[in-house]
Design a protein around this ligand. Structure first.
Ligand SMILES: Cc1cc2nc3c(=O)[nH]c(=O)nc-3n(C[C@H](O)[C@H](O)[C@H](O)COP(=O)(O)O)c2cc1C
Length: 390
């Protein structure tokens, strides 16, 4: 824990020391025999600055080293995750915008702040993201230590997403039956949001289309909420132009009621059976692939929640689906027996259109997200040169 002088003043040294269980200092002239101003940065696997003030961003850009934190940041060669928090005016000032762009171009992972209540009575963009999101991005960055940073690029393992534009869908669509009921599915949005966090940690610009997700909104993304498959379809197709990757982690309802009753459907007094007529929804994944018309851009990743049946096991159905849809990667979950939905862990096989199959067992959704981005990154790097840096 390395506070700035302002942080020591704001919170106070005893609190930092009691919480961390270690002595803390902002001084480069403390413990000089340990040469702390270089030792800390050199030995770190990850540096997280949270909250980062506007002042600190400016000092980082200029390579200042006038306290222990900035000296540590100059010597660190590991991933650096910065979570700025400040009033909206400070965040939106051109000086701060430029500083953020410069830091990102150098490989620093700068998390966009959340929008919400700020220190005073005002609210807007500038709020520190939820600690859980900062931790998730930090852990994802830790796993990518060879790939983020100024040296990352096609000559590394080539899976960095810096500057790439990605569109991710999450959650499950709902098809109204009447004003109070819907046909839906059990997708929680956890997998989609794990993909969002991992993409942010790798430096991507992320847009999210969220269908009925009740998890906290991720900071640092453009998020559009939708309810039905038709809305998801329109939003995804509107946003898919100009993106490098579309990951369809949402579970769109394949069917919708043929008609939506204007008034709540009443129980019949005699207990007679109500027949629900369903019509098929558009196939968003197939349409996305058709629209790129033979080109491999954008990279399209589908998800398939499958169960085995009399016609074949999960993988047989999934291979047929990959061939039918023509996407680049298909992440297949066996959702039989209550597996996967709403849980933090998952079992999956990632099928590649080139025939490779990557089984992922006993993995967290974050780990699976990392594997998906590894495979996407390899495809991006093999398809065309990387974008110019911001
Ligand atoms: C009560 C109070 C709250 C502040 N909140 C913020 C803040 O949220 N973000 C920010 O960038 N600066 C904020 N500032 C201004 C910083 O304290 C000031 O820029 C300071 O020089 C930052 O130093 P540091 O980056 O070395 O910690 C605040 C100042 C005060 C007195």
């Amino acid at each position: 824990m390395v506070p700035t002088r302002s942080a020591l003043r704001f919170v106070g040294r005893p609190t930092w020391e009691a919480l961390s269980g270690h002595p803390v200092t902002d001084e480069v002239f403390a413990n000089v025999h340990e040469v702390a101003h270089v030792a800390l940065g050199r030995s770190a696997d990850l540096v997280v600055v949270a909250p980062a003030t506007a002042d600190l961003l400016a000092r980082m850009v200029h390579g200042r080293a006038d306290d222990l934190l900035t000296a540590t940041l100059l010597t660190a060669r590991c991933p650096v995750v910065v979570a700025p928090a400040m009033h909206t005016e400070m965040w939106e000032h051109p000086a701060t915008r430029d500083n953020v762009s410069t830091l990102r171009a150098r490989g620093t992972i700068v998390i966009d702040p959340a929008t919400g209540r700020l220190t005073g009575a005002d609210s807007g963009p500038g709020r520190l993201p939820e600690p859980a999101q900062i931790v998730a991005i930090a852990l994802a960055a830790l796993g990518r230590s060879r790939l983020v940073g100024p040296d990352a690029g096609p000559d590394g393992t080539g899976t960095d997403l810096r500057g790439r534009r990605v569109l991710i869908t999450a959650g499950g669509t709902r098809e109204p039956l009447d004003p109070v009921r819907y046909v839906g599915n059990r997708s929680s949005g956890r997998m989609g949001y794990a993909l969002v966090t991992a993409a942010l940690a790798r430096g991507a610009h992320v847009s999210v289309v969220a269908a009925n997700v009740t998890l906290p909104d991720p900071a640092g993304v453009t998020l559009t909420a939708v309810e039905t498959t038709a809305e998801l379809h329109d939003q995804v197709l509107a946003e898919s132009d100009g993106v490098d990757v579309v990951v369809m982690a949402a579970a769109p309802s394949d069917f919708r009621p043929e008609r939506i009753a204007e008034a709540k459907i009443k129980k019949s007094p005699d207990g007679s059976v109500q027949h629900l007529r369903l019509v098929q929804n558009p196939d968003i994944l197939a349409e996305l692939v058709q629209r790129r018309a033979g080109s491999r851009h954008p990279v399209v990743v589908g998800f398939a929640a499958e169960t085995g049946d009399a016609d074949g096991d999960v993988l047989t159905h999934a291979r047929a689906k990959l061939a039918r849809k023509g996407c680049d990667l298909l992440v297949v979950n066996d959702v039989g027996g209550g597996r996967v939905f709403g849980r933090d862990d998952t079992e999956a096989v990632v099928l590649d259109r080139d025939g490779a199959e990557h089984p992922v067992s006993h993995a967290s959704k974050s780990e699976l997200a990392g594997i998906v981005w590894d495979l996407v990154g390899k495809r991006l790097d093999s398809q065309r040169p990387g974008p110019s840096l911001l």
